[in-house]
Design a protein around this ligand. Sequence first.
Ligand SMILES: N[C@H](C=O)CCC(=O)O
Length: 431
Amino acid sequence: MTEAATLFSEAKRVIPGGVNSPVRSFSGVGGTPVFIDRAQGAYIYDSEGKAYIDYVGSWGPMILGHAHPAVIAAVKAAAEKGLSFGAPTEIETRMAEKVIELLPSVELIRMVSSGTEATMSAIRLARGYTGRDKIVKFEGCYHGHSDSLLVKAGSGALTFGVPSSPGVPNAVAENTITLTYNDSEAVAELFGQIGEQIACIIVEPVAGNMNCIPPVPGFLETLRKVCDQYGSVLIFDEVMTGFRVGLQGAQGVYNIKPDLTTLGKVIGGGMPVGAFGGSRKIMEILAPAGPVYQAGTLSGNPVAMAAGLATLELVQQPGFFEALGAKTRRLTSGLQAVADQAGIGFTTNAVGGMFGLFFSAKDKVTSFADVMQCDQERFKRFFHAMLAEGVYLAPSAFEAGFVSAAHSEQDLNSTIEKAALCFKALLKTNS
Ligand SMILES: N[C@H](C=O)CCC(=O)O
């Protein structure tokens, strides 16, 4: 038995499925998950000391790479002053000021402890603000695991074949209307029928939980237009894309201003953090200023704020996102070239520091249906071949990949060389 197999069987005795979040279990690709001992820069190291070039980055937060010295120093300094007070601290205000400085759509912001809390709170706020119950989301998008949002969801829910989870009451699910991502006509048609009943649209402006699907031209514009027309709230779930695809997130890249934005991942620098913010007139109805209740014992935790603030100060340095985007494109174009040489049907998407890999006969993958038509078996074999070569990709064909500032030219080239070997091996095994 390998050390990972031993650790996994021990974990399964005391943790459901052996993991604290389903996508970590490798059930989407088969086999035993890698157990991580430590990480540094672009590399993670498993329990047996094997190094992997990491393109998961803790599912997005590690944009600077692992254990960045400035982030670790900020965490140490904050921890020495105490771990949590349940009372206001100055650093919460500094964090709020930083996000407001960088995201023009955000006038007020509240910190929470996870992306799930952020989206669930934003939905409640939109419902409280509009006095309406119905919400619109898109199939394959994932906004955390709260009841209203676990309907035709992406990420682990899709990987495990339970996009609409048991345990979500019908009475809750029936207020969630699910449309097709990138289908502007369906959005306009629905709003034409019942627009005045819809509290909000929540969308990943670049979908990152059904692999990585950028919005087609006109899609986000349509969402903005119908929300304006029918008095609904437009929520951009930028938990993944915020400070990841650009300094102003996807809203900056596509130049669309949402009413509310949810954040997480990068703004915590690797610590458990979420946030939701937006226009003053909506945010002001939150308790204690207004009637919509929302709270959290560890919200705005000082150690997490320190990690997040240190991270944001580094990503706002001039040229950061240009360099990150160039690295991501170097990776995807390199992978495409070696796949083409091997004669493998393969295509990629990339936005900022986020990317998607698809074993597809199509040149472009732009929809949930396209993703579902990809060759999942081939992905699984590629995943395991790359893992054996020392490259850690997301263990699911329905998750985006992430490049960090710590990935060097050599890391990217080495990944492409290893992929060339793995693509050839795929053909040899004739799958
Ligand atoms: N796609 C998910 C979040 O972004 C993956 C992380 C998880 O569910 O554990």
